[in-house]
Design a binder for this molecule. Structure first.
Ligand code: SAM
Length: 419
């Protein structure tokens, strides 16, 4: 039947389009796995939260419910004690504008019974590895490593395919080692297959046709191409915005907004222009900053917003839709940065982006965004294949350059299964 076909298409691609809503359900594990031939992203390592499990982050689950109980009480108290202030009214208006689109998307998911059934099993990877060991296993702290005086001497060993044609015959056995500096260096896997890389005593997996540059923000100017026709057509940015979450403070350091004003978005833009996609939190103050200061400073003309709606394994929203300080969705603001060839108005007209597209997924690790880069490719100016860069990245994607102070984070082999 048609719905069987759609289900098997989803199981292949990790993407399900809902016809009745302007929305998609995505399984990031399946989407990411299209970057790999030799390794597979481990579903149980990806879905470290929001799946009920005996041995996997039960602590986490408890925390979520405990906090949200407290939160709800606090919100109720607040509602009773005062009316919404002006900024809260603005935020509420924004929320009301997208609410219907989000509800429609969620209804579509709840109505897709076959898809919902597979959702429960997204975390199964056949070889259950007891999640807690994944979480507690030592990973390298790249921020720490990059800050010591020895940082310039750290090297990463890439196991590059010697001769790709020969490898296919030999069953992936023959490779040569390429030793290159780890920090402040463009490290690329230009091959057609994912490769392994050794660093200190750990193993990393680099997807095919991918590149990273690991440095602090202070060295970001090294990404600026000498010629603007070597610039980028798609610039995805997920900044370490300041917020009050104590949990976040344990995960990575944040930066005050003024640091982002100096990101060289203009200088990274290709002659043909670039689509700029910026993840923002739901704080109204931040939205105002982006609209009134950041985009104008970068020379980015706002186009529209996409939404990431977060659900649990049973398809329910991770929090109530109307909860003021804990929305179950995040926003991706889209705009155009003009190159030499066209102004932003022309770019806007030529690359029309539909409003209010919704992407639904079960969240992975804290602050990890779903891989929706390919959905953006349709609206990117310039020739194909588009040149793509992700700023403040924690992972590598085929066809992309990843920059940040820990772009290898999710490439640790503990997040993978070997096939
Ligand atoms: N998009 C990522 C994902 O899906 O996993 C999450 C990015 S997270 C919001 C922000 C990242 O910025 C963190 O990896 C953090 O370490 C990094 N970061 C913080 N301060 C930085 C700095 N001064 N220079 C470079 N990167 C920095």
């Amino acid at each position: 039947s048609e719905s069987d076909d759609r289900l098997s298409a989803f199981l292949e691609s990790g993407i399900h389009r809902f016809d009745e809503a302007n929305a998609f359900f995505i399984d990031p594990v399946r989407v990411l796995n299209r970057c790999y031939t030799r390794f597979r992203v481990s579903p149980s390592a990806y879905y470290s939260r929001f799946f009920p499990s005996l041995n996997f982050s039960t602590e986490n689950q408890n925390n979520v419910t405990k906090n949200s109980g407290k939160r709800k009480r606090r919100e109720k108290e607040k509602k009773n004690s005062q009316a919404l202030n002006l900024r809260e009214q603005m935020a509420d208006r924004r929320h009301q504008e997208v609410r219907v689109a989000l509800l429609k998307a969620h209804e579509a998911l709840i109505g897709a019974s076959q898809l919902l059934e597979t959702l429960r099993n997204l975390r199964d990877d056949g070889e259950e590895r007891g999640g807690s060991s994944i979480v507690r296993e030592n990973e390298l702290d790249f921020v720490e490593l990059g800050s010591v005086w020895q940082a310039p001497f750290y090297e990463i060993v890439l196991k590059v395919d010697e001769d790709e044609a020969a490898v296919e015959n030999a069953g992936g056995e023959s490779y040569c080692q390429k030793v290159v500096p780890l920090f402040e260096n463009h490290v690329a896997n230009e091959g057609r297959n994912d490769i392994e890389a050794d660093l200190l005593d750990r193993k990393y997996i680099l997807p095919k046709n991918s590149c990273f540059y690991m440095s602090d923000l202070r060295q970001i100017h090294n990404l600026i191409p000498a010629e603007s026709d070597c610039g980028f057509n798609l610039i995805l940015i997920d900044p370490p915005w300041e917020n009050s979450s104590a949990h976040q403070k344990l995960k990575y350091r944040t930066l005050p907004n003024r640091y982002f004003l100096s990101l060289p978005v203009k200088q990274l833009t290709h002659t043909a222009g670039a689509l700029v996609a910026l993840w923002v939190t739901n704080r109204e103050k931040l939205r105002n900053f982006v609209e009134n200061e950041l985009f104008p400073k970068w020379g980015v003309k706002y186009a529209t917003t996409f939404y990431w709606l977060k659900v649990k394994a049973d398809g329910s929203l991770i929090s109530e839709l109307d909860l003021f300080h804990h929305r179950p969705y995040e926003c991706l603001l889209l705009g155009f940065s003009h190159g030499k060839e066209m102004n932003s108005e022309q770019l806007l007209r030529l690359n029309h982006i539909p409003d209010n597209q919704v992407f639904i997924s079960v969240p992975g690790d804290y602050s990890r965004k779903p891989p929706i880069g390919e959905f953006l490719l349709d609206y990117v100016p310039g020739f194909k294949p588009a040149r793509c860069i992700e700023l403040f990245s924690r992972e590598m994607i085929a066809g992309w350059t990843s920059w940040g102070n820990e772009p290898l984070h999710f490439q640790d082999s503990k997040y993978f299964l070997s096939t």
